[in-house]
Write a protein that binds this ligand. Sequence first.
Ligand SMILES: [Fe+2]
Ligand SMILES: [Fe+2]
Length: 197
Amino acid sequence: MSESTSTSGNPFSAAPDGDQSNKAKTFSPNVQELRQRARKDVEEGAVTKGYPAEKEAIIKMLDSALATELVCVLRYRKHYYMAKGIDSEPVAQEFLEHANEELAHADKLAVRIAQLGGEPDLNPKTLLERSHSEYIEADNLKDMINENLVAERIAIDSYRAMIDFIGGSDPTTRRILEEILEVEEEHADELADLISK
Ligand SMILES: [Fe+2]
Ligand SMILES: [Fe+2]
């Protein structure tokens, strides 16, 4: 016969009547309220009542980052196809690799925007206006590398500002932006190396 193990390990259940050994301090949140809160506004998905950040401002900010990434995908890809000259092959490969990584960043941002209840804006008509970086084609390898380095430096500064803006209010979005920033810094470093060669 087991007598005293039925309530151990479950912080939500009260000690049964007559069980004097379990009257000590217990973790006992208002489960009823938690359940009601979770059930209410269930269409908000991952955004619970506990989400403290300015949701609309964060979605708008992520949207400008998404536009920036997509413009970078297009510029890098254009440069990949247009890179010519004796030393162009490794540089073109670098452009292609960066283009694919920028696309992965765009996907991460779009997923987070949707998670927060927003709608990722992929309208090509307004892409450039919403982007922080520019779409400049350049007509030789050196200018292409330079344009991409400028765009990376813009991205680095804008991701830093976004991370600053978020502070501690939305750790998940902050982590996504920090991961992207790390890759943008690597991109800038690689392009700076190519220029110095
Ligand atoms: Fe990126
Ligand atoms: Fe980049």
